[in-house]
Write a protein that binds this ligand. Structure first.
Ligand code: ATP
Ligand code: MG
Length: 580
């Protein structure tokens, strides 16, 4: 981790510093990242990972656990666990030997539950789910005591043991905390601690048929691991009284401090595993690692670097107030970081054939092209140049609009690192009027891209040699949703607010031969076009596939600004009219 990455402060770090000053936890800082293995990690989790692992790394006695919160075997999968581990490692964090599962503690948790029963602080309730809900009351109305609340300690111990032994059907009994059915906090109205689920668990097999609930499991797992600061998102604020109640009643040695911070929300995407899973299941994206997904696996496949995600998390900081972060800030962080080190190469997305009439038929030159404008250490590569090249279709116009400084009949333009060329003819399809090829002449004196007579050209365009370039598929990605806040649109089916243009696949693109040697996930900039990476799944040596990570400039922001400007113009026109 670089020095700049550790120079960070926020209200949580301030609390921890203060605790250390007061020697509150014997100078220890112990955190944990507790994912539920019911989906892939997303950008919001990245924020939590950077916080928990980051805080621990900043202190000599700091450690961070990775703990799978695996109390709901019906929704969990080993595939998710493996993906979560891979994502955390890729982000640059290491739990070392501190990998834990809540299920590691099932025996201890059971004993704790028995202790609560013995203290008359928990009871077996035989109401069904609907009845429990009806008895709970509402925010305005207090709840009613369950008729089973007065069961004797002996009867509760007996029933709970038989629940464990598998004597009862799912849903026939639960274990509940005995707290207060009139509490203004609904979480304190005798919350369920255990339920019967007669299904196998990916870690414990068929050993258990009762499983502890999140609120009971989480605080005790924290306590068992000796967590000092249990950092979670704001929606758990209302659960804190229960977190503290369980630990106080059980008189545990270690009572971690729960501190809540604001979740990350990102515009034009969603941060809910449940909704992301739906998109995967409906097939509207190509799996959890689809490069349009806000998942860490998706962003990785798209070409984001771990540094850029960490930088983004540092930039947004940790606060108490929830808001929406603009996706363009994430893209800015990606651009800023990739700009520093990725090689610059040339790729033509929509090729237009250019024939250089006065260039010898069989000649091939090897031109020198530096790989980075500022960083010489990246060196250079050889660019083959020949009579037939490809340029970008939109780098040529028969009639030039104002400020169009690229290739136009009769005008000179610079081919990057090569020569000045001048357009002398255009060949079109007689029927469709489609431009088939463009003929040019080149000036041999301008080798390398400058003229000895000081003659200037206004435009520089990229190109590849037709005979030497590789055929490639290029995938252009845009925002997944067309709405800034997909979840606030009132649509229950989020697939109805997807951006229909979130993926454009270009076949038959041409890229320079230097790219043949690159491995999956390699990153570069296609000059003038954007940042790209070699797709990790579909790319082959014969048929390379590139993903556009991010454009060079924020074209979206420009479009939005233009729309706003147009609206303002229309409004002022309207006002002007009203005045008349
Ligand atoms: P989801 O709603 O996507 O299922 P979750 O909170 O249920 O999220 P968990 O696997 O339980 O997912 O989350 C693990 C940790 O990541 C928790 O500590 C949680 O608070 C944190 N986390 C989840 N979403 C975000 C987010 N958007 N921003 C910051 N932290 C988050
Ligand atoms: Mg959760």
């Amino acid at each position: 981790m670089s020095e700049s990455e550790s120079l960070q402060s926020d209200f949580i770090r301030t609390i921890i510093e203060q605790d250390l000053k007061e020697n509150k936890n014997n100078g220890r800082v112990v955190t944990r990242f507790p994912p539920e293995p019911n989906g892939y990690l997303h950008m919001g989790h990245a924020k939590s990972i950077c916080l928990n692992f980051g805080v621990a790394a900043e202190h000599p006695n700091g450690i961070c656990y990775l703990r799978f919160d695996d109390t709901n075997p019906s929704k969990e999968e080993v595939e998710y666990m493996e993906a979560i581990k891979a994502d955390i490692r890729w982000l640059g964090f290491d739990w070392k030997d501190r990998l834990r599962h809540a299920s590691d503690y099932f025996e201890q948790l059971y004993d704790y539950a028995v202790q609560l029963i013995k203290k008359d602080k928990a009871y077996v309730c035989s109401l069904n789910v609907d009845e429990i809900r009806a008895y709970r009351g509402t925010l305005k109305e207090p709840g009613n005591n369950s008729p089973f609340r007065t069961r004797s300690i002996e009867e509760n111990l007996d029933l709970f043991a038989r629940m464990r032994a598998g004597e009862f059907e799912d849903g026939s009994h639960v274990l509940r905390a005995k707290i207060d059915m009139a509490s203004p906090n609904l979480n304190m109205r005798d919350p369920v601690l255990y339920r019967i689920k007669r299904i196998a668990h990916h870690q414990t097999g068929v050993k258990w048929c009762i499983y502890p609930m999140y609120d009971f499991t989480h605080c005790l797992s924290d306590s068992i691991e000796g967590i000092t600061h249990s950092l979670c998102t704001l929606e758990y604020e209302d659960h804190r009284p229960l977190y503290d109640w369980v630990l106080d009643e059980l008189e545990v040695d270690c009572h971690p401090q729960q501190i809540e911070f604001a979740k990350l929300n990102l515009s034009y995407t969603i941060m809910s595993k449940r909704q992301l899973l739906k998109l995967v299941q409906q097939g509207v994206v190509n799996g959890w690692d689809d490069p349009r997904m806000p998942t860490i696996a998706g962003m990785r496949r798209r070409g984001y670097s771990p540094e850029s995600i960490r930088n983004f998390c540092r930039r947004i900081g940790i606060g108490k107030k929830e808001g929406v972060v603009d996706l363009s800030l994430l893209e800015y962080s990606v651009r800023e970081e990739l700009n520093k080190w990725v090689p610059r190469v040339m790729g033509v997305l929509r090729p237009l054939k250019v024939i250089i009439d006065n260039y010898p038929e069989d000649r091939v030159e090897e031109l020198d092209g530096p790989l980075h404008p500022e960083d010489d250490s990246l060196g250079s590569r050889k660019l083959p140049f020949s009579k037939v090249i490809y340029i970008e279709q939109n780098d040529f116009r028969e009639k030039a609009p104002k400020k169009f400084f690229r290739l136009v009949p009769g005008r000179e333009v610079r081919l990057r690192y090569a020569y000045y060329i001048k357009c002398v003819d255009v060949v079109k399809d007689a029927e469709t009027d489609e431009i088939l090829e463009v003929h040019c002449t080149y000036d041999p004196e301008t080798r390398g891209g400058s003229s000895p007579d000081g003659r200037k050209v206004k435009g520089t365009i990229h190109w590849v040699s037709a005979a030497h370039s590789l055929n490639a598929e290029i995938r252009l990605y845009d925002r997944l949703f067309s709405e800034e806040r997909p979840e606030d649109t009132g649509e229950t089916e989020l697939s109805s607010v997807l951006n229909p243009n979130s993926l454009e696949i270009l076949k038959d693109c041409r890229v320079e031969p230097y790219l043949a040697k690159f491995e999956p996930e390699s990153k570069f900039q296609f000059e003038r076009t954007g940042y790209f990476c070699v797709d990790a799944k579909d790319s082959t040596k014969e048929k390379p596939v590139f993903n556009r990570t991010v454009t060079l400039r924020d074209s979206w922001a420009k479009i939005v600004k233009k729309n706003i400007d147009n609206k303002k113009k229309a409004q002022s026109k309207e006002q002007g009219r009203n005045k008349q």
